[in-house]
Design a protein around this ligand. Structure first.
Ligand code: SAM
Ligand code: DTB
Ligand code: SF4
Length: 344
């Protein structure tokens, strides 16, 4: 006899948009109770996965993403920098690992990487992986062969955000379309990498746009393993500098709905933490956020001081996910990857 447990039935790929909207419409306590219950069935609620970001190629990006300080179209005072040297990247990764991060995410301000840049980035991936860290990269759009090269080099995760709903996307970016994002996500999956995909709250999107964004993510053939929820960092010089601030409780609602729709994913309380109170972050962790970016800088903007984060996590009794968990997750993923390579 086969019994379906509550945890099994939490995992669904057939959520309707109306169900996602109904979750947003729940009274706050009802939504948080539901999200936290789901969270406990799938994770240790006192453990957080820790990633550190590094901008390996900064600014001068040809895209026009209205939120981004790295677009060449806006005057944000950011100094553009070429692709970093492999040794410098590895030195930063080593520092992040010693500080407690288990995943290292390398970000580059590209529309899509050139193959010769990918050669260097592959060297970075191999060297960071050799430290025992999980590796992640966010380099813009990828062709299927590029995705395969990164997967074969051992890149664990690829970050590529859908950012918002398909409808609102055209108001934020004109230089690519929503389908381009989905195509890259498909190439990343097909190559056997794990997916990190989320969005930004606070760009002037409606509640329906938020529900649609999460519904799109939860309707992918496999849920992204990591779902970063960013609060817009308003950067002077970008078109969204004066966007209206998000109601903090509405931000927590997004985390909670993401947790319910994608129960086994790591939901990351991502950009914007430097502008959040400790209490708001505590609520977001209760609602099911179980991943953060750690380190004084995101890509180009500020993140909370490491000391402050250490104290906050200690006050909440939340510990960093142990390295053993990371090692086991990688071994399982590597075995799957080897199997699928053997089958092709
Ligand atoms: N160029 C690549 C791309 O767009 O996919 C990778 C780097 S890009 C900076 C990665 C992500 O950072 C974006 O998709 C967006 O979600 C997030 N981001 C950029 N600027 C932000 C801001 N001001 N506030 C919050 N998130 C931001
Ligand atoms: C994600 O979702 N957020 C990160 C990471 N993935 C690449 C980037 C946040 C960037 C915030 C603006 C900056 O620091 O430039
Ligand atoms: Fe370029 Fe990425 Fe910034 Fe868009 S979000 S401008 S693609 S770096």
């Amino acid at each position: 006899m086969f019994f379906l447990t509550a945890a099994d039935s939490d995992l669904r790929h057939d959520w309707t948009l109306a169900e996602a909207q109904a979750l947003f419409a729940l009274p706050f306590n009802d939504l948080l109770y539901r999200a936290h219950s789901v969270y406990r069935r799938h994770f240790d609620p006192n453990s957080v996965q820790i990633s550190t970001l590094l901008s390996i190629k900064t600014g001068a990006c040809p895209e026009d993403c209205a939120y981004c300080p790295q677009s060449a179209r806006y005057h944000t005072g950011l100094k553009a920098e070429k692709l970093m040297h492999v040794e410098d990247v590895v030195a930063q990764a080593r520092r992040a690992h010693a500080g407690g991060a288990t995943r290292f995410c390398m970000g580059a301000a590209y529309r899509s990487p050139k193959d010769k840049d990918l050669d260097h980035i592959i060297d970075m991936v191999k060297a960071v992986r050799a430290l025992g860290m999980e590796t992640c990269a966010t380099l813009g759009m990828l062709t299927p062969p590029q995705a395969q090269r990164l997967a074969d080099a051992g890149l664990d995760y690829y970050n590529h955000n859908i950012d918002t709903s398909e409808e609102f996307y055209t108001e934020i970016i004109s230089t690519r379309c929503f389908q381009d994002r989905l195509d890259t996500l498909e190439a990343v999956r097909a190559a056997g990498m794990r997916v990190c995909c989320g969005g930004i709250i606070g760009m002037g999107e409606s509640l329906t746009d938020r529900a649609k964004m999460l519904h799109t993510l939860a309707s992918l053939p496999e849920h992204p393993e990591s779902v970063p929820i960013n609060q817009l960092v308003r950067v002077p010089g970008t078109p969204l500098d004066h966007a209206a601030p998000v109601d903090p409780l509405d931000f927590v609602r997004v985390i909670a709905v993401a947790r319910v729709l994608m129960p086994r994913s790591h939901v990351r309380l991502s950009a914007g933490r430097a502008q959040m109170s400790d209490e708001l972050q505590a609520l977001a962790f209760f609602a099911g956020a179980n991943s953060i970016f750690y380190g004084d800088k995101l890509l180009t903007t500020e993140n909370p001081e490491q000391d402050h984060d250490r104290q906050l996590l200690a006050r909440l009794g939340i510990h960093a996910e142990p390295q053993a968990g990371v090692t086991a997750r990688r071994a399982a993923a590597d075995a799957l990857h080897a199997q699928s390579r053997a089958a092709t």
